[in-house]
Design a protein around this ligand. Sequence first.
Ligand code: SF4
Length: 347
Amino acid sequence: MVTAESVKRFCREKGADLVGIAPMTRWEGAPKQFDPRAIAPRAKSMIVLGFRIARGALRGIEEGTLYTTYPSMGYAALNQIYAPMVLWNLTNFLEDHGYETVPLLNANGGEAVNPVTGNFRAGWSIPVAEGKPYPDVLVHFRIAAFLAGLGQIGYSKVFLTPQFGPRQRFALCMTEAELEPDPIFEGEICDRCMQCAKQCPAQAISMKETVKVTLAGHEIEWGKLDPLACEKGIQGGREGELNPFLKEYPRRYGYGRALGGGYGCIRACMDHLEKRDRLTNRFRTPFREGPPWAKLDHSQPHPHTPDIVENYEKTGRIEDAEAYVTYNKRDNYATDKAAGKPNPLVD
Ligand code: SF4
């Protein structure tokens, strides 16, 4: 027999850090384009799985010396490899017991409403029958995590859990199995310290204006977010002040961004919550022992450091980064190949 307890045990054994269960009825009142019940009308329960982002996945960006780890291990690999594997196992487990189960990964792409701007995409899709929403319906993972009792939405609009603060990603499934739900989280993790807004390099989070919504009878409030400014922050700030690269950074599993490394909404928030001992995933050393490195000024020239002059310039081991850019842009490489142009890195 499938119970909430057996589902949670199974998910943890397969690798989920957090598991919460919400009855589908908690989505009552959701706008039509965001209502997961339109996807799985017979589902009784939503199971929300949380996967921690290793604190160390942020270390390279915090030090300003390695930018591959957060977009890969902290973002893409969680959303596109690890979480789907656990979700896939859970779906099979429930279907082996006769319950149709719809797995939902954190993978955007087909929504009728733009998940960044919140605008409806005119000319994208049409409803397949009267009364149905436009495909694809956009399910809000943070709201799902709230409805499943995993924590609260912080002032930053990032989801906070008592275990990891802002440091996790989610995967969902909707199942026809009727499982014992978890209560809505009633604690306070976010203490309105405002470090997320103060330290956001793109000033994407308003210090004054807030947004209020009612979810399952609970009034929730967060700081008003400017989504386009947030995109700038993700890519390294308005003036690239958090981006040390002079060329476009290569993508990792399809993710090429996250160069800002959640400067305010994840790193500053996490450091703050850890220092106030609000999280149960404790570390032997603090995340930050002093202020992070100073923001970069791209309007100034940045001559090579003495180390590079000594070991590379003086020994003639200098090449133009443009060759690497060409190598990374597969289209250019293919076009160059077709035109018979050699690529200095591979030909
Ligand atoms: S930084 Fe402070 S105000 Fe912002 S979400 Fe975290 S705890 Fe809340």
